[in-house]
Design a protein around this ligand. Structure first.
Ligand code: FAD
Length: 435
């Protein structure tokens, strides 16, 4: 047994680890009575969607080869363990980019499909799954099935955003987006409160990428104060790829490093930096992946790890709910370094259980302080569900089965498509006896 954790580092979980080097060595079913299996990409999910305690973990890091790249049409087929980091290194020099990217490039194709991830351009591009043309899926029956909109379409929809439960993805075929340059034109504007955020988000039609960073400790009329950042691909500047991170966190930080005082000081300092405001042109790497500059930054939260809350609520209740969530955070005094606010557009997600819905999404990190953090997360979850929203499984370690089932009424359809030989700690936790 080998201890494995996810990005939040809340638990070290024992697993029987398989590391296949070739696609024909991926075995989902290991025979009658064998432990259930789950795939593990880069473990960048924060909670337990990528964990399977005392079960088998199929780690895909060696399954990272390109299978085909049509440079004229921008269509790439690669093994599911290929990271976006590697993919960008190969495709950017040819004038192609990933159509949807999360806030880190250290994620695998299998991982981003299984969580149907979103990026800063959700309004115009929808989720990652919208750009997937086909998937090769290994099932415990021994079959390898091709999935697409025209072939095994139900299983295709269940696999996109299917939390790794429908089988092991062997390869993914993706449609890329053309770019003229690796540079991004950006503009950063100060926002005084939530109204400013909603106004600017509505006025940014010429900017496909938008996101806001919010000072979670601001209260009253200043709730939602922060920075609004928007971007678009530049027309010139060359097609240079990114570099590897040069700085890393070698050890766990002492638990006291990130506390309400240091977070308040950081927020004040960051907000008052006038030089961050205005227009400039930057490389795609710091624009899309600012946290990737520091390898293993999750260690800054110390040995006890940290939680993330990310939720989405429908537009009708968005302003009111965002205010309530930020007020809850300020009241509990559990400051968050990274508070990200963004709108989701109305492009339908292709997955059965995809997280995005039209509305507003808020993400916050909290150091694990035990009981008080659990209480805050439960209060936030209750607020979100009451507003008709849902929590993001990729970020979650605590949502109740009730909250999950309320947010994802399609869950039984995924359960019906689940490969019987696959299971995760997340699925066990949120479906429990209801499954
Ligand atoms: C700094 C940071 C920023 C982030 N920003 C965003 C963001 O902006 N938007 C967003 O949507 N998410 C974001 N995320 C979350 C991240 O994109 C997802 O958790 C992603 O799924 C992680 O990919 P991974 O390869 O590490 O997969 P893991 O975390 O290892 O696994 C995720 C899921 O994929 C399944 N899986 C992995 N490989 C396969 C396979 N071959 N076959 C079948 N199932 C498989 C696993 O079983 C698991 O259920 C962020 C995470 C971090 C750490």
């Amino acid at each position: 047994m080998q201890a494995v954790s996810s990005w939040g580092r809340l638990r070290q979980v024992p697993h029987e680890v398989d590391r296949p080097a070739f696609l024909d060595q991926v075995h989902v079913g290991a025979g009658a009575g064998a432990a259930k299996a789950l795939c593990y990409g880069m473990g960048r999910s924060y909670g337990d969607v990528c964990l399977n305690e005392n079960g088998r973990l199929i780690v895909t890091d060696q399954l990272d080869r390109f299978l085909a790249f049509d440079r004229e049409r921008g269509i790439v087929r690669a093994e599911a363990g290929l990271t976006l980091d590697h993919l960008l290194r190969v495709v950017v020099p040819h004038g192609w980019f990933v159509p949807v990217t999360p806030g880190t490039k250290f994620v695998t194709l299998g991982g981003v499909v299984a969580n149907d991830v979103h990026g800063k351009n959700h309004e115009v591009a929808g989720t990652f799954g919208s750009h997937v043309r086909a998937i090769g899926l290994a099932r415990s029956s021994g079959d390898v099935i091709t999935l697409s909109n025209s072939e095994n379409s139900e299983l295709f929809a269940a696999t996109i955003g299917g939390l790794g439960l429908t089988g092991a993805m062997l390869w993914v075929e993706l449609e890329l987006m053309p770019i003229k340059s690796a540079m991004i034109e950006t503009e950063t504007l100060a926002i005084g409160n939530l109204q400013d955020f909603f106004r600017l988000a509505g006025e940014s039609g010429d900017w496909p990428y938008t996101v806001a960073w919010v000072d979670c400790l601001a209260k009253g009329d200043a709730t939602g104060r922060g920075l609004f950042i928007r971007g678009r691909h530049a027309g010139s500047g060359g097609l240079k790829v990114h570099r590897a991170p040069r700085v890393g966190v070698p050890l766990d930080a002492p638990g006291v490093l990130l506390n309400a005082h240091t977070i308040a000081a950081f927020n004040a300092l960051y907000r008052r930096r006038p030089w961050v405001l205005g227009r400039k042109t930057v490389h795609y790497d710091p624009f899309f992946f600012p946290l990737d500059a520091i390898a293993r930054w999750n260690r800054l939260y110390g040995r006890r790890g940290f939680f993330q809350h990310q939720s989405v609520v429908p537009m009708a209740s968005a302003a009111d709910t965002m205010r309530k969530l930020l007020e809850l955070t300020a009241t509990f005094g559990e400051g968050s370094f990274l508070v990200v606010l963004k709108l989701f557009g109305d492009k339908p997600s292709p997955g059965l259980l995809s997280f995005p819905m039209p509305g507003a999404t808020l993400a916050l990190d909290f150091p694990n302080k035990g009981e008080s953090t659990h209480r805050l997360l439960a209060a936030m979850a209750e607020t979100v569900i009451a507003a008709g929203g849902r929590l993001y499984p990729a970020k979650d370690a605590t949502m109740s089965g009730e909250a999950f089932r309320a947010g994802f009424p399609n869950w039984r359809k995924l359960e019906a498509q689940r490969d019987p030989a696959m299971m995760s700690d997340f699925w066990r936790r949120v479906t429990g006896e209801a499954a």
